[in-house]
Design a protein around this ligand. Sequence first.
Ligand code: URA
Length: 198
Amino acid sequence: MNRVRELKKIKDEILALSTSPLYKYRVKNNYLPVVGEGSCYSQIMLIGEAPGKNEALTGLPFCGAAGRVLDQLFVSTGINRKEVYITSIVKDRPPQNRDPSPKEIRIYGEFLDRQIEIIRPKVIGTLGRHAMSYVMKKFGLDTQLEPIGKAHGKIYSAQASYGPIHIVALYHPSVALYSRKQITVLNQDFKILKKYGK
Ligand code: URA
């Protein structure tokens, strides 16, 4: 499989996704879809919820305030951002940053599923409860789902189509914007990502 070509195909399909409830809002605001960033050979994949305004303006994931928290976490845990593939479930910005609807999660989730099959990560870090819930359900870990306050920092083992995979539940980096104490928690949890992504 040509990973670059397959990812490009996904990008083109999302660009033309006029059936999405978020398509009109994207076009009206001159926003871009945020498909993902990083190497298609990354061992670590980070999955957020949906792009915010800065992301939709640039087409790049986590380039706003939450992205600065993420960068800080990469530096302090010695993970090179370029070696991580970063994406989110929903690829278009929901108006007013509202939670994505179940329909939106279903529509864009199919693209995320394909991205996972293309990149074949060893470890997936889910950022926030929506991503945690989507990814754990996808890998048949429904019965182990619990609130993010309990789940964060835990490692879940599952079987992907291409081999074993680990899932690490993480808080969304934006929590550190409201509570600085959370950066310490995020830092601890990010160390697990590094360990399993080797
Ligand atoms: N939150 C996300 O889930 N993704 C982004 O790109 C930015 C904020």
